[in-house]
Design a binder for this molecule. Structure first.
Ligand SMILES: [Mn+2]
Length: 350
């Protein structure tokens, strides 16, 4: 595996120096921030991330994310120019050494939680989604703001987006994903980039918005649209794993075996039933996922792609971006290193 860590750029309280001090750390996962989705990233900003990483002995070779504009997901007029800009961004990133680009195809919101600082009995805090907290919220009627939702939308724009997605439905969203892939995958192939699709988080519809990247059948369908190694997955264990119907280890075994995983997001969640879940520490015994089995699936398949510890809890008094503190993600990285080494050794490797 290529161990990696997400970095939110120069404003991130977690510095590249701290990241470089985590044992085994290789790659930085970052993006150009502050450019509207659908616009082209200035090359000098990409170059700046690359040289900042190199100054700390790290490699900037994974982008998370190049966001897909709503007009592309909705198939609105003008999408061709936006898709061409998307391809141009992929090419520009490749020019500066990027090998893997993560993105998602979720309507309106990248992820949804109901609370970002839920306190556990030990005083640590983490992100949670409780159905009870979701109940009674109506985005069309209320001025709701859930954590993680883009506050740059006005209420009127949100209402319009919800109405347009309701009219589009799942089939329309699939058609628009296909239209996007047929142009973006050849562009990625031609510059040696793997496109890694992140599953919907959580993997079920919220507030009637269609969600399509939710389960194994959906992943099969998505990968078959363009059957190329450049059309791959960012397999996020915590996103897929917060519903009991997804067997994450089996999915990892299948898609790693087919060389269709570009990037692994590793985190653990505790499934609470009714679609509710809590993000937990990475260790298998802390949540519902068997992290050892997932690592075994990767090692058995000879997986050599990117792996990062996904969201961590806030511990030891750290403050900052929820899910993206240093301490618990570094513990996650250390845990993954240990699991990986032990698994490789147990199979006779080194
Ligand atoms: Mn993820």
């Amino acid at each position: 595996m290529k161990l990696s860590f997400r970095w939110y750029g120069e404003g991130d309280p977690v510095s590249l120096q701290y990241i470089s001090q985590i044992p085994g750390m290789r790659s930085v996962v970052s993006a150009v921030y502050g450019v509207k989705p659908g616009e082209v990233w200035p090359e000098e900003q990409i170059a700046r991330i690359k040289s900042a990483c190199e100054a700390h002995g790290l490699v900037f070779d994974v982008v998370e994310s190049i966001p897909v504009p709503e007009d592309v997901k909705l198939g609105r007029k003008g999408r061709d120019r936006l898709i061409e800009n998307y391809c141009e961004n992929v090419r520009r990133c490749a020019k500066y050494g990027v090998k893997c680009v993560t993105y998602n195809f979720m309507p309106v919101f990248d992820w949804t939680r109901t609370q970002l600082d839920r306190e556990a009995p030990d005083g640590s805090t983490s992100l949670v989604l409780y159905q009870k907290q979701l109940e009674g919220l109506d985005p069309m009627a209320d001025d709701i703001a859930l954590p993680g939702w883009d506050e740059s939308y006005s209420r009127a724009e949100i209402r319009q987006l919800f109405a347009d997605y309701a009219a589009l439905g799942e089939n329309g969203l699939w058609e628009n994903a296909e239209y996007f892939l047929r142009q973006v995958i050849p562009a990625a192939e031609s510059c040696g980039v793997t496109m890694a699709l992140h599953p919907d988080d959580p993997p079920y519809p919220i507030f009637g918005l269609p969600r399509i990247i939710t389960c194994e059948a959906a992943l099969d369908r998505y990968l078959s649209i363009v059957d190329s190694p450049a059309n791959a997955l960012c397999l996020c264990t915590g996103s897929l794993g917060c519903v009991p119907t997804n067997d994450v280890a089996a999915m990892v075994r299948k898609y790693a075996g087919r060389r269709r995983i570009g990037f692994m997001h590793m985190r653990n969640v505790k499934i609470l039933g009714d679609g509710s879940f809590e993000e937990r520490a990475h260790l298998s015994s802390c949540g519902s996922l068997d992290m050892a089995e997932i690592v075994d699936a990767l090692v058995s398949a000879g997986f050599d792609g990117y792996v990062r510890p996904d969201h961590g809890r806030m511990i030891w008094g750290e403050t900052g971006k929820p899910g993206y503190g240093l301490y618990d993600r570094a513990l996650g990285a250390a845990y993954l290193n240990g699991l990986w080494e032990a698994t490789v050794r147990a199979k006779g490797g080194r």
